[in-house]
Design a protein around this ligand. Sequence first.
Ligand code: ATP
Ligand code: MG
Length: 416
Amino acid sequence: MIQRPKGTEDIFPEEIYRWQYIEKKLRGRASLYGFTEMRFPVFEYTELFSRSVGESSDIVGKEMYTFNDKGGRSITLRPEGTAGAVRAALQGGLLSGNFPLPQKIWYNIAAYRYENVQKGRLREFHQFGAEVFGPASPYADAELISFASQIFKDFELKDINLEINSIGCPECRNKYAEALRKYFGEHDDLCETCKTRLKTNPMRILDCKSPVCKKIAENAPIILDYICENCKNHFDILKSTLDSLKVAYTVNPRIVRGLDYYTKTVFEFVAAGVGTQGTVLGGGRYDGLVEEIGGKPTPALGFAMGIERLLLAMTEQGIEIPKPDGIEYYIGDTGGEAEHKKAMEIAAGLRSIGKTAELDIFNRSVKAQMKYADKIGAKKAFIIGENECETGVIKLKNMKTGEETITNIEDLIKNG
Ligand code: ATP
Ligand code: MG
């Protein structure tokens, strides 16, 4: 038996309703906030990700699924959505002045990372993301964050905390990087990866998952002491706007996010009780990215939420997702050709008025058919025999109560 690759999951018919429930709510909420869906490829030229996500990030450094296609081009399965969304927005001219700004898009994608597989950490996973192109104002940050926080209200998640931080602009970050180099340079028990990060991007050390590095990072200088007046103002307005919107948050100066392209605001929604994979949603502002990918300088911001982690958090908090209704009508038959054709005709009639109907395509005994009707949760059932064919009258059984009513086939097909 061929197994599915490690870190991937199959989603079976009996659980798909959970995904559909989430996707439907997200779509509805996104549209209330004025976002429209965008779709873009599962794979892109590798350069897109190395340039945008950043060479010093974990994603580009060790997590990408990269291969050469038959034409010898280096291709990568998307590890996240923002880079592809920005590339598509630029290529489609959405940021060229021909379309109004802001452009607000959402996506629901599978993403691929070669990860250490654990609960809530997969190699193929799913993200719902939203991106806003154009506005530089901190009110845009507040609006986006309130959209994200509304999502968790929609799903009735309770123990979920919003943590925000500012990682400044490239200028403030240079000063901060210097301070971090000085601090971490004095600790030679950093992990090997962090020793490299010390040279390439010391801020990344704050995001390391090794307990030793985490411990050392506890006393590291914090960025908020280094950000410039402009970045500080931006952060202050964001905080006061969140206050007035009554969106609760804590400032966590340790949040730096895993991707290189963030500037100023970064944020995470962390669910209690899910352990180290508790970060369900992460996002921030990335004012330099559009230009980095070849567009005009365009401020932008966005977030991405892991659907598997959202589902985990909901399960952990005992939040039930309503199961869809079972089939409405099960139409059994006694086996003859005429009876079977009649059953099919009635099924077609019921479906044409929007009722779900199922029938026997196995030639099973009536008893076995009724057992099946029960198993699939049919609400009502009836049997077509010789008599029913002749008279056009059936005995409609309520599967829950066992109650039977005499009904006309013609009426049934007309009114359900
Ligand atoms: P982590 O720090 O947990 O590795 P990250 O910073 O790499 O997360 P992002 O790149 O910000 O994650 O992705 C946004 C969201 O996508 C995460 O908050 C998480 O919910 C989800 N996510 C990221 N990587 C995975 C994965 N390998 N499996 C499942 N979900 C993931
Ligand atoms: Mg990661």
